[in-house]
Design a protein around this ligand. Structure first.
Ligand SMILES: Nc1ncnc2c1ncn2[C@@H]1O[C@H](COP(=O)(O)OP(=O)(O)O)[C@@H](O)[C@H]1O
Ligand code: SF4
Ligand SMILES: [Mg+2]
Length: 347
């Protein structure tokens, strides 16, 4: 990334959840290594996609950035200010600038509050008095997110899932944030309305110049939304690149496997080989030594078990395209466990 002064700068970010055990004295007997040394930046107005299977640490990362969780290690810099361990008072000036949108729109809205109250609540808490009053601002926000401003006095249960997520977006926008962390914002919605909500977020990102960290469990959703994409596996970033570099030239075996599951964008594209990942993601309590992906990698060697591959610009990568693998993929590497190149057989 060319921006020398990113909006958000994360380095070595780590979150280990202690596991308590023992009786009568409860002591720490281990740790869930949910996030283990992340480095990435987000420029102003940019959208970074964060992708990986369930359990790889995406939500924890989102909650660390928004400081809903206290980091175990590393550093978070927002607009040049170190907020890694900032307390309530320290966070107060920037609280409104970093907002979060959650996966389950219903669980994140208070069922006993009207939409108007839900959206104006954050303004009230932060003492924001927009010109023309809060109610007028709420109506404007409802309009921006594609809801009827007249529905100001309705309750969450009177809306559909997609509409509820729009309410969540309006609430996040109420404080005019500079950064929104959207944690799988469409995963809980019907496929038919996912695109509508993604389009809304895209409109918001472009027209209001808001930076996004967009979390998703597959590469299909972020493809149209994020200029840059980071792929996570077991608490680590295994590959990060501009969108086109990542989709056209995936170098990490895990990225390649994830991509093979994404439906082809064009009809006449050569059918991609399907790579079926075997087994589950190992436990983050006791992750594999060396490369954490090695227990599911078709190319793992002794070296992979002993040396953790650093996240670097592998030979053949464009600048800014980083890969953590001792043996990066190339266009003509044939993955061993592919099922078939024959589109009929692969269907
Ligand atoms: N509060 C917590 N206490 C202990 N373990 C947790 C906690 N939150 C998340 N984890 C564990 O951390 C790992 C990463 O979780 P999460 O960040 O939710 O992953 P993702 O969002 O990618 O599915 C999982 O193994 C999860 O069980
Ligand atoms: S470092 Fe080894 S185990 Fe890890 S992804 Fe690369 S080849 Fe596979
Ligand atoms: Mg999650």
């Amino acid at each position: 990334m060319s921006n020398t002064n990113p909006l958000l700068d994360v380095s070595g970010l780590t979150k280990h959840f202690p596991i308590k055990g023992g009786f009568p004295i409860r002591r720490t007997v281990g740790a869930v290594q949910a996030v283990d040394g992340l480095d990435f930046q987000v420029a102003e107005g940019e959208s970074l996609g964060l992708v990986g299977e369930s359990g790889c640490g995406k939500s924890t990362t989102g909650r660390l950035i928004t400081r809903l969780l206290e980091p175990t290690g590393g550093k978070i810099t927002y607009r040049g200010q170190d907020i890694t361990h900032a307390d309530r008072k320290g966070l107060a000036p920037i609280r409104s600038e970093i907002q979060m949108i959650f996966q389950d729109p219903y669980a994140s809205l208070n069922p006993r509050q009207t939409v108007g109250k839900i959206i104006s609540g954050p303004m009230e808490i932060n003492g924001i008095n927009p010109e023309g009053g809060r109610e007028k601002r709420v109506r404007e926000l409802l309009e921006i997110v594609g809801l009827n401003p007249e529905h100001y006095n309705r309750f969450p249960h009177e809306f559909s899932g997609g509409q509820r997520q729009r309410i969540g977006v309006a609430r996040a926008l109420a404080l005019e944030p500079k950064l929104i962390v959207a944690d799988e914002p469409v995963s809980a919605l019907d496929v038919s309305i996912q695109a509508q909500v993604v389009n809304l977020l895209q409109k918001v990102q472009r027209e209001l110049g808001i930076a996004f960290v967009f979390i998703a469990h597959d590469l299909a959703v972020v493809r149209h939304f994020s200029q840059r994409v980071a792929v996570m596996y077991l608490g680590k970033i295994v590959e990060i690149a501009d969108r086109d570099d990542l989709y056209d030239n995936p170098r990490h075996p895990y990225t390649r496997a994830l991509l093979s599951a994404v439906p082809e964008a064009t009809v006449d594209a050569e059918p991609r080989e399907r790579i079926r990942l075997v087994g589950d993601v190992p436990s983050p309590i006791n992750p594999p030594s060396g490369c954490r992906f090695r227990t599911r990698c078709w190319k793992a060697t002794e070296k992979c078990a002993t040396e953790a591959p650093p996240l670097v610009q592998a030979e053949g990568n464009k600048p800014g395209h980083l890969t953590a693998c001792h043996y990066p993929e190339t266009a003509d590497t044939v993955p061993a466990p592919r099922l078939s190149k024959d589109p009929e057989a692969a269907a």
